[in-house]
Design a binder for this molecule. Structure first.
Ligand code: GDP
Length: 300
């Protein structure tokens, strides 16, 4: 809960300020609300959609009061998050295919390596056998960082020398997973965004080669976005979702920002569930995003 404290405070303050001293929802209330949502990085499109729905309700009911506004706002936000959680092709527990293959994508610096480390820790804690694959072979630092995380969490890692073919690393990793009774495989990929064609080709090659070992791999394609970068996160989501089939999003660095509204905007615009949120640098600082708890706590 701590991770999103600043966002909640910011949004909640704006909402209470919007309705202070008002007995009914008018244009002034809606303007203030709109500003609040935008300042929390919900995104213009999603904000306007929310405002429009509330406007309609206000017009239909004439004397919508501000307590009712909160209720409506809550249900609007919840439904906006709910619509997309159904697209999730993944579950954390229960019967996963074995090995369960997660391909992680995203640009450098967003917290991709850290998120992989945190995920490895989470799965390991559930008693699962985890294997990492260092398929970002373009930067020596990427392999080094991932190795540090593998050691920290105490899980094995498959790697090759820098500059080797990322698809070959993925291939090796999956083979190793099969012969070692691995439950969860997490594959890191390069985060360069030179151009979309490059990215597309590279990711589809990795997919193709993985499928020679495990026909339905990857089971999950996790896009990591830095939640504190606002519109950059939206732009990256646009790039990656058009380059490959992204099934879930991890939003990192939400601990330092009051702009966690990006959670709402991203899931609304891309119809892809925000599955994990990063709320710190430690291995325990990863949360499974709980939309109900999030919305509830926004209005507490
Ligand atoms: P990568 O280049 O995408 O692999 O990024 P890294 O995983 O190396 O992370 C870049 C920086 O962001 C590091 O200093 C991390 O400690 C930091 N970082 C990653 N996730 C979080 C998070 O959820 N919260 C905070 N505060 N920092 C994070």
């Amino acid at each position: 809960d701590q991770g999103l404290a600043k966002t909640k405070e910011n949004l909640f303050k704006r909402i209470s300020r919007a309705v202070a001293g008002k007995s009914r929802v008018d244009d002034e209330v809606l303007d203030e609300l709109e500003e609040g949502l935008i300042s929390a990085d919900v995104g213009v499109e999603t904000t306007l959609r929310i405002i429009e729905r509330i406007q309609k309700r206000a017009a239909a009911e004439k004397y919508l009061n501000t307590a009712e506004l909160n209720t409506i706002l809550k249900s609007e936000i919840l439904s906006l998050l709910a619509e997309n959680s159904e697209n999730s092709s993944l579950t954390i527990s229960g019967d996963l295919p074995k090995p369960y293959v997660i391909m992680v994508v995203g640009v450098n610096g967003v917290g991709k390596t850290t998120t992989i480390g945190k995920l490895a820790y989470m799965f390991k804690n559930q008693g699962k056998r985890v294997l990492l694959g260092a398929a970002d072979t373009f930067r020596a630092a990427a392999v080094e960082q991932l190795t540090i995380w593998a050691n920290r969490v105490d899980v094995p890692i498959v790697k090759q020398q820098m500059g080797s073919d990322p698809a070959a690393v993925a291939f090796d990793t999956l083979n190793s997973a099969k012969s070692n009774d691995t439950d969860v495989v997490i594959i890191d990929t390069a985060g360069r965004l030179h151009n979309k064609v490059n990215l597309m080709n590279e990711l589809s090659k990795i997919r193709r080669v993985m499928q020679k070992v495990i026909p339905d791999a990857p089971h999950e394609v996790l896009l990591v976005l830095d939640g504190s970068t606002g519109q950059n996160a939206f732009a990256q989501a646009r790039e990656f979702t058009s380059a490959t089939d992204v099934t879930a999003i991890a939003l990192t660095k939400l601990d330092g920002t009051a702009k966690g509204g990006v959670v709402l905007g991203i899931s609304d615009q891309f119809k892809i569930p925000v599955k994990y949120i990063g709320v710190g640098e430690k291995m325990t600082d990863l949360q499974i995003f709980d939309r109900v708890a999030f919305v509830e706590s926004l209005f507490r």
